[in-house]
Design a protein around this ligand. Sequence first.
Ligand SMILES: O=C([O-])CC(=O)C(=O)O
Ligand SMILES: [Mg+2]
Length: 219
Amino acid sequence: MSARNIARFWEWGRKIICVGRNYADHAIELKNAIPSEPVLFLKPPSAYVREGSPILLPFYTSNLHHEVELGVVIGKGGTAIPQSSAMEHVAGYVLCLDMTARDIQDECKSKGLPWTLAKAFNTSCPISDFIPKEKIPNPGSINLWLKVNDIVKQNGSTSQMIFSIPYLINYISEIISLEEGDLILTGTPKGVSSVQEQDELQAGIDGIVTMTFKVDRKS
Ligand SMILES: O=C([O-])CC(=O)C(=O)O
Ligand SMILES: [Mg+2]
């Protein structure tokens, strides 16, 4: 068997830990309070989808939203990783979409139910190619953008994150041990909006990566 390659981490079946409300402008647009501690939820590895395959609309939603996010790929696992050494545990990055059934999430929020149906369905985590750590020397100050059918919807800097990447690695690993091949989604800036069948989503990190996904319905 060939050696495992971190550049194909999504094939390893490791966990996806998502941070919500990590940009004040997005918390405000959805009328949520600005959090004093990170909001966490999970997606299963079956949520991954790669360019060339479509994002599939779940049958039970009529309001699927895009959320463009920086993903942090863990290269070295650990528990209670100190902030001071947190970046040593990072192998690289991916650009991610945290696809969200917003109508279902609103319903779950009002009923006090978990967000699983809103966030964890098949193809809810489109990702770009793996970006080695050296290509993004300062992940706390890069620009993420997303267009729907060529119209810019999201454009924000990771400098607006409430909780930094080292803070998140420390916070998460105190609660959930991190393993090689895990992915952390760091939250979305403002501009989330609804997508329809046949829409084309294009997203990028300035100067580093772009990716394109089509929205489709399961045939
Ligand atoms: O669904 C939400 O608004 C929470 C979230 O994932 C984010 O802020 O990125
Ligand atoms: Mg999100």
